[in-house]
Design a protein around this ligand. Structure first.
Ligand code: SF4
Length: 237
């Protein structure tokens, strides 16, 4: 099962509040008219220049294990060590917002409007997060069609570079998935081109398989603790 699909920009459009939060603006902070105008302009640019496209491919447990092991640099214990063995289905995925929006961010920084550049960068990062959610939903829909609907089925994405999965695993992930087909290349540094791209694994199963305590040694240095919101959003089994 390999699927390539475009994501309508309006489906992953961030709201002003999310863009400002990503810039470190507290929700109740007074907003200048200029700041609000910039946020609106950044969201419009994302709509105009974003070309979101995604790819996922279902893989065997052996293929997953090879991509996950990467260069052997993962932390000794990670959430995925517990989640993958009890997952019902697994896929690798990649998505990108396209080169044009990345070029526009760079041009704004280079061309003397770093404030708008930073705003567009935040809008694009928010849109990329929403694109991950769209890919999770698409894989779940595909599983519902092929395996039968299951209201208890939850798909969550996990990415190299986070939560103990070393970023160097990108190399094997790319070898298996070949995201070049949708225009994503891997740099030697393991960053992706275009920069506003995300890659990783999709794992499906009941909510309980995705729940874990954030008590790994590497959690001590984690500021965002995004796992807590993701787990809370799963609801009950
Ligand atoms: S606290 Fe941070 S590093 Fe730890 S599992 Fe959650 S998101 Fe990952």
């Amino acid at each position: 099962m390999r699927e390539i699909f475009s994501i309508p920009p309006e489906a992953i459009r961030p709201d002003i509040g999310a863009v400002l939060r990503a810039q470190g603006v507290p929700p109740d902070a007074p907003l200048s008219a200029r700041t609000e105008r910039m946020a609106v302009e950044a969201i419009r640019m994302m709509d105009d220049e974003g070309r979101p496209v995604a790819l996922f491919e279902e893989v065997t447990r052996a293929d997953f294990a090879a991509a996950y092991a990467g260069e052997g640099m993962n932390e000794p214990e990670t959430p995925l060590d517990r989640i993958e063995p009890v997952a019902e289905d697994r896929a690798l995925f990649a998505l990108t917002l396209g080169q044009a929006v990345c070029d526009r961010i760079a041009a704004l920084f280079d061309g003397g409007d770093p404030a708008l550049g930073a705003m567009l960068d935040a809008a694009a990062s928010e849109a990329a997060d929403r694109a991950v959610t769209a890919v999770e939903a698409r894989f779940r829909e595909r599983l519902d069609r092929e395996r039968g609907e299951d209201p208890a089925r939850h798909v969550l994405a996990y990415s190299p570079g986070y939560c103990g999965w070393h970023v160097s695993a990108q190399r094997r992930l790319f070898t298996r998935l070949r995201p070049e087909e949708i225009g994503i290349r891997l740099r030697e540094s393991f960053l992706m081109d275009p920069l506003k791209s995300v890659s990783g694994a999709l794992l499906s199963g009941p909510a309980r398989i995705h729940r874990f305590e954030a008590r790994y040694p590497f959690c001590r240095g984690c500021r965002d603790r995004t796992c807590r919101d993701r787990i809370a959003a799963l609801g009950d089994d």
